[in-house]
Write a protein that binds this ligand. Structure first.
Ligand SMILES: [Zn+2]
Length: 330
């Protein structure tokens, strides 16, 4: 059993895409990173490209679309291609087919990947009212009704490893809202805005408490701070505010470390968050300057941004004064 981290927004988009092809396969690709414990963390989802082929029992991604977007996501945001997803629509097959498994092993070989995440979507038809009786809290979004039935897109996650036969099934850790990296990629027009049809989805969720207190399991090495519920909500607020103040700022992920590139005055700055943020502080670097972002114990996103802005403006003031001195004093 493994856990896959994914944002609500990605699940909503997948559900919308799946219901666009109710009786044919569709699919796309998953970008993100691998955590210390080997779990995939999805930061951005691609849908089918314009030249993708949708057949009843096969989906062929638009290869050019995937490689162009993949290159842009790697170059601008440091994201890796960690997996893909496709729909088995009404085929009633929640697991990868034999053909799917062969395709994955070819992908692992061709790209030299160690692991690959495969998500399979199915369309579940619920009788009206049935879902309300079951009342699953993890079913989200307004339900689209067709011929008196509710359509729910279910998603299952599977992990393939180059050195092992078969695959293992996973559970989801669903993070709220949209990943800041996806938001940034939309702003850069690497991916389009979501259709926003609000289709209903269902996933099997990991039980956080059971996952952390498992009998033989040692205490987990913390994953990237930004993948924790606190970290992701910090980053969402911080990212929006930062982009408001510094419109050209962009987020780059290298492994688990997270760095913003931004311009203040004429200087290009790097704002980097350490792996153990907020235990260790963020730092601002440009030229020879290396400034600690000291929030004085208040690690709210707004306080952090205020300190960053103060540091940048104090540097700009100092530069201004130095530049305006007509005659050096000594
Ligand atoms: Zn399949």
């Amino acid at each position: 059993m493994f856990r896959v981290m994914v944002y609500e927004q990605d699940l909503e988009e997948i559900a919308d895409w799946v219901l666009e092809y109710p009786d044919r396969e569709t699919g796309g690709d998953l970008f993100g990173f691998w955590t210390h414990s080997g779990s995939p963390a999805v930061q951005l989802t691609l849908g089918p490209g314009p030249q993708a082929r949708h057949e009843t029992a096969a989906f062929f991604q638009d290869v050019r679309y995937l490689s162009e977007r993949g290159r842009a996501l790697q170059a601008r945001h440091g994201l890796q291609h960690i997996g893909d997803w496709h729909s088995h629509h009404g085929l009633n097959l929640a697991e990868p087919s034999g053909g799917d498994a062969s395709t994955v092993y070819r992908t692992l070989q061709a790209n030299g990947f160690q692991r690959f995440l495969v998500c399979i979507a199915n369309i579940r038809v619920d009788e009206v009212g049935a879902r309300r009786r079951v009342s699953r809290p993890e079913v989200r979004g307004p339900v689209r009704r067709q011929a008196g039935n509710d359509l729910v897109v279910t998603l299952h996650a599977y992990l393939f490893d180059r050195d092992r036969r078969g695959f293992s099934a996973g559970q989801f850790v669903v993070l709220p809202g949209e990943s800041p990296i996806a938001a940034s990629a939309r702003r850069d027009r690497i991916i389009a805005d979501p259709a926003g049809a609000g289709s209903a989805w269902h996933v099997e969720r990991a039980d956080h408490r059971a996952g952390q207190s498992g009998g033989t399991a040692a205490r987990r090495v913390p994953d990237g701070w930004h993948a924790s519920p606190w970290g992701s909500s910090f980053l969402r607020v911080f990212d929006a505010e930062l982009r408001r103040c510094f419109p050209d700022s962009r987020l780059v992920l290298t492994g688990l470390s997270l760095t913003y590139h931004l311009t203040a005055g004429d200087e290009a700055w790097e704002l980097s968050f350490p792996l153990d943020f907020p235990t260790s502080p963020a730092r601002l670097r440009a030229g020879g300057a290396d400034l600690v972002v000291d929030c004085g114990g208040d690690n709210s996103p707004r306080r952090c941004l205020a300190v960053v802005s103060e540091l940048l403006s104090s540097v700009a003031d100092r530069d201004g004064r130095d530049g305006s001195a007509e005659v050096p004093q000594r």
